[in-house]
Write a protein that binds this ligand. Structure first.
Ligand SMILES: NC(=O)c1ccc[n+]([C@@H]2O[C@H](COP(=O)([O-])OP(=O)(O)OC[C@H]3O[C@@H](n4cnc5c(N)ncnc54)[C@H](O)[C@@H]3O)[C@@H](O)[C@H]2O)c1
Length: 257
């Protein structure tokens, strides 16, 4: 395989959850630029459709699909629709996620609020992987990429639900690599602070200055920085890589406290 083929995704079908905005959208664009057909699965169908139109206008292949990853029926319907439209699934990016970053004081939240990040970050990713895996086996190529976070390593106040759920992703990924190999690889990407709508809700100029003080590459991340890692795991270039977490963080640590 020459070095161009190592990044070639022509003929591959990729599902990206939370694909309409932020890191997911950058991942959709990058996978499509390398030839993949992308299924942009998102709560916000209008945003997903706008991105699918952009990708198609630039010569790529994309489909927008409304999906709430917290609903099992939606996950089943997403996989069925992808199979009906494209007859294969090769790549799954479990990107939809979140939590109450910086607002998870155990003195203020309920057990249900603590559980929620596990439902969106861990349970939905495990379930969608389970639904996609047989189709990847059948296709003879599979790469699952779970979106972790630097929070899976950092220790900070008021973030125990989100951080613990992202740490669970890391270990779930390492263990599932043993279940899904040899045909299917499963890896995770752990972003530091990345300029997206989600970060904008909690970032202040003071927090940003503190983050940069601990970051050797003196800027925050852009969604494309993370999409590059997604591309690496999706493509044949990483064919002997499974069960790993790649932290993409400017070489540093960015926390909200
Ligand atoms: N931005 C950061 O600094 C950062 C850092 C570490 C990890 N992450 C992780 O990256 C992932 C993406 O974050 P982002 O910053 O790009 O977010 P974002 O808010 O910019 O975009 C998230 C997208 O996911 C969609 N979405 C939300 N809930 C959904 C659901 N239940 N079902 C389907 N779609 C849903 C939203 O509609 C939106 O389009 C998350 O897993 C997040 O935890 C982000």
């Amino acid at each position: 395989m020459n070095s161009t083929e190592l990044f070639d995704l022509n003929g591959k079908v990729a599902i990206v959850t939370g694909g309409a905005n932020g890191i997911g959208a950058a991942s959709c664009r990058m996978l499509a630029e390398h030839g993949a057909t992308v299924v942009i699965a998102d709560l916000k169908l209008a945003d997903a459709q706008a991105l699918a139109d952009q990708i198609t206008a630039q010569g790529g292949k994309a489909l927008a699909a409304g999906c709430n990853v917290l609903k099992d029926d939606d996950l089943v319907a997403l996989v069925n629709r992808t199979m009906a439209e494209f007859s294969a699934i090769h790549i799954l990016v479990n990107n939809a996620g979140g939590g109450g970053a910086g607002k998870e004081s155990p003195f203020e939240i309920t057990l249900e609020q603590f559980e929620r990040p596990f439902q969106i970050n861990v349970f939905s990713a495990w379930r969608l992987a389970q639904l996609c895996a047989p189709h990847m086996q059948e296709a003879g190529y599979g790469s699952i990429i779970n979106m972790s976070s630097m929070s899976s390593l950092n220790k900070s106040p008021a973030i125990s639900g989100y951080a613990a759920s992202k740490a669970a992703i890391n270990h779930m990924t390492a263990n599932l690599a043993h279940d899904y190999g040899p045909i299917i690889r499963i890896n995770a990407v752990g972003p530091g602070a990345v300029r997206t709508g989600a970060l904008a809700t909690v970032l202040t100029p003071e927090i940003e200055q503190r983050m940069l003080a601990h970051t050797p590459i003196k800027r925050l991340g852009e969604p494309e920085d993370i999409a590059g890692a997604v591309l690496y795991f999706a493509a044949p270039v990483s064919q002997w890589v499974s069960g790993q977490v790649l932290f993409v963080n400017g070489g540093g640590v960015q926390t909200l406290d």
